[in-house]
Design a protein around this ligand. Sequence first.
Ligand SMILES: [Zn+2]
Length: 252
Amino acid sequence: MNESLEKLLLLSREIGRPDRRLAILGEGNTSTDLGDGTFLVKSSGSSLSNLDKDGVSRVKMEPVLAALDDEALDDRGVKSVLEASRADQSPRLPSVETFMHAVCLTEGGAKWIGHCHAEAVMSVLCSEHGAKPFLGHIFPDAIVVCGRHVAFVPYIDPGLALAREVRRALREFRAAYGVSPKVVLLENHGPVALGASDTEVLNILLMLDKWARVLAGTLAVGAPKFLPSAVSDRIDNRPDEHYRRAQIGRGS
Ligand SMILES: [Zn+2]
């Protein structure tokens, strides 16, 4: 657990670096599955940029997932679930997005999750276009790093309601493409990166950030020129791109 905790702290501080403009103040959260029925997730109110071990909660997976199917839970009930889900003695509550992290770490097939309020990505997600410009590709590296397709959910209340929508989106994505997405875009909110390693999560968020800035630029000078679907499919399936993807994603 100590190695996972150290990596989670480093990943969080990388995402929270002020020059990256991915998150400020208490925005965003990170998590990793410990593989023993518990996971580490950022505590509520702590900041990614200077996260330390006191700002991380170890949480039991089972009660968090069970809450998703409890339609009767109100806001007080949600708080009780978060309090009871703590695997260690800790005065801090896990982030309200703990439910979404649990969903991504199970149904999303990921080992590491990074969620932030990236300024450039939000420029598009908070526009009248929403997630739509991300449904086609405009340059190859975004396909290699962020995946051939991305999932998205319309704006919904953060917390349990959001986690349920993300679960629905992950299931629909798997049914459509046979794999889990590397990116879930939350409209009017921000991106979620799903990775096999801490390195992959950071890579996805950085490439997505660049993709969003290029998209915003193309929208400002006219309109994006999307790659034809067959070209995007070809890049997604090229053996040399598979190799490159494996090298880029190498981390923990
Ligand atoms: Zn958020």
